[in-house]
Design a protein around this ligand. Structure first.
Ligand code: URA
Length: 427
């Protein structure tokens, strides 16, 4: 293999064969292909794109750079959900136990906060004792005994992605649909799944700001999953305002527990039920999404999903009853009356970073007690001085974040048409 030839072929818009992509990935993982050549290749992909065959080949090679989980002791279908990330997106926490109560098994590998968006692992670590670094053996045991687990990707799963993602992060090559697809799908498919649902978010707090970019990413993810033999669908959902009311690590666990107790906010419940219903139907445990929603709702109504979450937390070393601290509260008042017409949701995520609840640099320690509660939604009428949000912050840091939150919420003299929460389904 001559990496220079493969880089040039992609640079000039050519299509690489499966074998050529396999050589490149294997060479990169073994160290034969140095970072500078892989960075040039990633940039060529960013500029020229990849065909679906190339994207699937890249995903396959990244997947097989590590081990794929198998489940000889568990005949129930294995399913998972992946979200492209947003502010207040805590769906994984209630959804995993709800699915486990519906005869499914959920070996969920999750990540940490990325940019302004929160990470499931950081949220769960606000539960005293909760471990997110399970070995593969422990992960298997928790799935077999409880039915669901939420943990980080161990070093054995898709190691090519870890190496390539770190390189992309510092070479301005994150924003490429084929590279994002291969990265997400290689990790998710290493779980040995029977069905996968993707929550592709669009809007001011999403990775993909524009709907057409979210549609293209959803198409690429779904096509790649299906090509690799895993039934996959995507829902494109709105991220022009936070999902739920509470944003931040510890407080999102509180809202997730409220969801499991039957008092979750409507938008969070709607997205959770819609994503779960797709999985129940894809996995064949419900005849259609309507029946699936009823079954999922039942797990909330009869308390079984809450109990399942408690079992999962305990199996991962956590104590759900131990008090979780919350930082002191501060109100952010509306500067004038009107209607809420837009929310810069990413700026809310940046305000949480300002408070110490997100990372500025890899390895930063998080303050899991900070965050915010939105007191308004898009389209709400509002009086001057009425609270836009409540901050949970140390007094020293509250003022800068208050200004950021006030600036993020636009109040105009006319109401607006509300965005649709679930925009479309991509199959
Ligand atoms: N999340 C991932 O896991 N990979 C990407 O490339 C982008 C987002």
């Amino acid at each position: 293999m001559n990496p220079t030839f493969l880089i040039a072929k992609k640079r000039d818009g050519g299509e690489l064969s499966e074998g050529q992509i396999a050589d490149l990935v294997r060479g990169y993982v073994s160290g034969e292909v140095p970072d500078y050549q892989m960075a040039a290749f990633a940039m060529a992909v960013c500029c020229r794109g990849m065909t679906i065959a190339e994207t699937a080949a890249l995903t396959e090679q990244m997947l097989h750079s590590g081990i794929t989980l198998d489940w000889p002791d568990s005949p129930a279908p294995k399913v998972d959900k992946h979200s492209t990330g947003g502010i207040g997106d805590k769906v994984s926490l209630p959804l995993a136990p709800m699915l486990a109560c519906c005869d499914l098994r959920v070996p969920m590998i999750s990540g940490r906060g990325l940019g302004a968006t929160g990470g499931t692992l950081d949220k769960l670590e606000s539960i005293p004792g909760f471990r997110t670094d399970l070995s593969l053996e422990k992960m298997r045991n928790v799935v077999n005994q409880v039915g669901c687990v939420i943990t980080s990707a161990s070093a054995e799963l898709a190691p090519a992605d870890k190496k390539l993602y770190a390189l992309r992060d510092v070479t301005a090559t994150v924003e490429s649909i084929p590279l994002i697809t291969a990265s997400i799908m290689s990790k998710k498919l290493s779980e040995g799944l029977d069905a996968l649902v993707l929550d592709v978010k669009h809007g001011s707090g999403a990775f993909m700001k524009r709907l057409d970019d979210a549609q293209a990413l959803a198409r690429s993810l779904v096509d790649t999953g299906k090509r690799m033999g895993v039934p996959t669908v995507a829902l494109i959902t709105d991220m022009n305002q936070p999902l739920g009311r509470l944003c931040g690590n510890g407080v999102e666990v509180d809202e997730s527990v409220a969801a499991l107790e039957g008092s979750g906010p409507d938008d969070l419940m709607e997205v959770t039920l819609a994503l779960g219903a797709e999985l129940l139907t894809l996995a064949g445990v419900a005849a259609d999404t309507e029946a699936a929603r009823k079954r999922l709702q039942q797990t909330i109504d009869d308390g079984s999903a809450h109990e399942k979450f408690r079992q999962m937390v305990a199996a991962q070393g956590g104590d759900l009853d131990a008090p979780r601290q919350v930082a002191p509260t501060h109100e952010v008042p509306a500067p004038h009356a009107g209607w809420v017409t837009s929310i810069d949701t990413q700026a809310l995520g940046r305000a949480i970073i300002e408070l110490g609840g997100g990372r500025r640099q890899q390895g930063d320690r998080l303050d899991l007690t900070v965050g915010l509660q939105m007191r308004v939604r898009l389209g709400d009428p509002i009086d001057q001085g009425q609270p836009l949000a409540l901050l949970f912050a140390s007094p020293k840091k509250a003022n800068a974040a208050k200004t950021m939150v006030a600036d993020a919420v636009k109040i105009a003299s006319e109401p607006i048409a509300l965005p649709r929460l679930i925009v479309e389904k991509v199959v």
